[in-house]
Design a protein around this ligand. Structure first.
Ligand SMILES: Nc1ncnc2c1ncn2[C@@H]1O[C@H](COP(=O)(O)OP(=O)(O)O)[C@@H](O)[C@H]1O
Ligand SMILES: [Mg+2]
Length: 272
C-alpha cells in the first residue's frame, strides 16, 4: 500500500539578510534531507527542540515554502511540481491547525461566518446546507451550537482551538498538519484537545503530521515518531519504541528533559 504522504530527501534552504543589507544575503540550511511516510489515518509525531526545522517541514508540505531538493508526494502526486495552480483536491485534502487560535481566527467574524465561509468556498453549498454543515462541524469538535453566534474573543483558548480545528475539518481533509496545536494552552485543556484530535482521527480516518517540541504531548496522538535535530532526522520509529528504547543520544536527552512526563500523564488521566 502506498503512503498518503511520502516525504523523500527534503531539503530547505532559507536566504537571510539580503533584503536588509543588499549583497549580504546568506543561506541557512533549515532542513537537510528529511524522509518519512504517513499512511492514511496515521498519526505521525514530529518532535525536536525549537529551531530544529519542524515548522519548515510542515510549511513545505503546505506549499508555503519551496524545497531546494527532494520530493513530497501526496496521494501519489508530486506536490513540489504543482506550480501556481494547486489542484482543488489538494487544497481540500491537506489542512492546518496552528499554535495560536487567537491570531488564526478572524476577530470580526462570528464562528458561524468563519465556518460558513470555508464551507461555501470549498463546496458552494446553498445557504441552508451551509448552515447545517457549520452546526455539524461545531458538534464534531464538541462545542454546543450556541457558540456559533459568538466572536472568537468570547471563547476560551481551548474553545478557540476547537473552532480552529472545526474550520480545518470543513473541507473534509485527509491530512491535518498540526503545528504545536496545544502549546499555547494550559495542561488540562491540552489533554482535552489531544483527546479530541485522537477521537477525530479514529472517527474520520484522518492522518496527522503532529508537530511539537513536547514529547509528552506527541506520545498521546502518535503511532509513529520522527525526532529532528538541527534540520535532520536523528531517529524514527513506532511511538512506543522511541519512548521505551530510544537509540539516539539526542532522543535520550529529549526524554530526560521531559521532567514530569509521568506526573503529567497521571494528571491527565492517561495510560503510561
Ligand atoms: N523565513 C525564515 N528565514 C530564515 N530562517 C528561518 C525562517 N524560518 C525559520 N528559519 C530558521 O530555520 C530554523 C528552523 O526553524 P523552524 O522550522 O521554525 O523550527 P522549529 O519549528 O523546529 O522550531 C531556525 O533556525 C529558524 O531560525
Ligand atoms: Mg515551530
Amino acid at each position: 500500500m502506498t503512503a498518503l504522504l511520502q516525504v523523500k530527501d527534503l531539503a530547505i534552504t532559507y536566504r537571510t539578510g539580503g533584503s536588509i543589507i543588499p549583497g549580504r544575503s546568506r543561506t541557512f540550511d533549515a532542513v537537510k534531507g528529511v524522509s518519512f511516510d504517513i499512511a492514511a489515518g496515521q498519526g505521525l509525531g514530529l518532535v525536536g527542540e525549537s529551531g530544529s526545522g519542524k515548522t519548515t517541514v510542515g510549511r513545505a508540505i503546505l506549499r508555503l515554502v519551496k524545497p531546494s531538493r527532494g520530493s513530497i508526494k501526496f496521494d501519489g502526486q508530486e506536490v513540489t511540481a504543482f506550480g501556481s495552480n494547486t489542484p482543488l483536491s489538494f487544497r481540500r485534502d491537506v489542512q492546518v491547525v496552528f499554535q495560536d487560535p487567537r491570531s488564526s481566527l478572524n476577530p470580526r467574524r462570528t464562528i458561524r461566518d468563519t465556518l460558513a465561509q470555508v464551507i461555501k468556498r470549498h463546496f458552494d453549498t446553498p445557504d441552508d446546507e451551509t448552515q447545517r454543515r457549520a452546526a455539524e462541524l461545531l458538534d464534531k469538535v464538541q462545542l454546543p451550537s450556541y457558540h456559533l453566534d459568538r466572536y472568537p474573543s468570547e471563547l476560551s483558548g481551548g474553545q478557540q482551538q476547537r473552532v480552529a480545528i472545526a474550520r480545518a475539518l470543513a473541507p473534509q481533509p485527509r491530512l491535518l498538519v498540526c503545528d504545536e496545536p496545544v502549546s499555547a494552552l494550559d495542561v488540562s485543556t491540552q489533554s482535552q484537545i489531544l483527546n479530541l484530535l485522537s477521537d477525530l482521527r479514529r472517527d474520520l480516518n484522518l492522518a496527522y503530521l503532529f508537530i511539537s517540541h513536547d514529547l509528552a504531548v506527541v506520545r498521546q496522538v502518535s503511532d509513529f515518531v520522527v525526532v529532528m535535530h538541527r534540520g535532520a532526522i536523528v531517529e524514527q520509529g513506532p511511538c512506543e519504541t522511541i519512548y521505551t528504547e530510544p537509540q539516539a543520544d539526542y532522543t535520550k536527552l529529549l526524554l530526560s528533559s521531559v521532567p514530569a512526563l509521568d506526573a503529567w500523564k497521571r494528571r491527565a488521566g492517561l495510560n503510561a
